[in-house]
Write a protein that binds this ligand. Structure first.
Ligand SMILES: NC(=O)c1ccc[n+]([C@@H]2O[C@H](COP(=O)([O-])OP(=O)(O)OC[C@H]3O[C@@H](n4cnc5c(N)ncnc54)[C@H](OP(=O)(O)O)[C@@H]3O)[C@@H](O)[C@H]2O)c1
Length: 181
């Protein structure tokens, strides 16, 4: 798959490394921006408050499936129902919210765990298959929470729940049916 990450820091650069290991072709954009026309899917991994300024500078976005990994820290900005909807206002195509509930500093330890950690995501139907594949290819198990109307819940959960669990360096988590823990 051809993937472009918009943001190449802890999340964008970290996922790029995992996805390349899984065999994908990944390009990374930073503040210098660029074109995403050739991408099958784009990852949004810039500071939440910079989504619109970052995406305004990228060409070729319209019609692209997008995975939005942004969070609302330090505080929510703007008037969109969710940051994922802000992303969708640029792409006008299926969007997923994923990886915002996972600590980027732990990406290099994902594959060392006894069981695969979970990755909670929400998505438009047209983004589900590709998102689940890329979650698995990064070493996590996908947990479908709902459609994109639930993106704000996932953003609030990351800020209010996950960030409240404070071991140094972050945590993995797993939702499992009985027998799979
Ligand atoms: N770190 C985590 O564990 C974690 C977990 C879940 C979600 N998130 C969320 O994921 C997003 C990225 O976090 P991160 O930790 O990867 O941040 P980071 O390491 O600071 O990287 C931020 C990236 O965004 C780019 N950027 C910053 N301002 C920009 C602008 N105005 N236009 C275009 N690109 C811009 C930077 O470009 P340059 O390369 O040119 O500097 C950099 O590549 C944030 O929304 C964060 O809340 C983070």
């Amino acid at each position: 798959m051809k993937i472009v990450t918009i943001g190449r820091g802890t999340i964008g650069g970290g996922l790029a490394k995992l996805w390349r290991t899984a065999g994908h072709q990944v390009d990374e954009l930073g503040r210098d921006s660029g074109d995403v026309s050739a991408a099958d899917v784009v990852l949004i991994a810039v500071p939440g408050a910079k989504i619109s300024s970052a995406l305004s500078a990228v060409t070729g976005l319209e019609g692209k499936i997008a995975i939005d990994a942004t969070n609302i820290l330090p505080e929510r900005h703007g008037s969109f129902p969710s940051y994922a909807q802000e992303v969708k206002s640029f792409t006008r195509a299926p969007v997923a919210k994923s990886f915002n509930m996972n600590f980027g500093g732990l990406f290099d330890k994902v594959r060392e765990q006894r069981v695969r950690p979970s990755n909670c995501y929400v998505a438009d139907e047209g983004a589900r298959e590709i998102t689940e594949q890329l979650i698995r290819d990064a070493g996590y198990d996908p947990v479908h929470v709902g459609d994109l109307s639930r993106a704000r819940d996932l953003e609030d959960a990351a800020a209010r729940l996950l960030m409240g669990v404070q071991p140094v360096g972050g945590v993995f988590y797993r939702f499992a049916v009985p027998g799979e823990l």
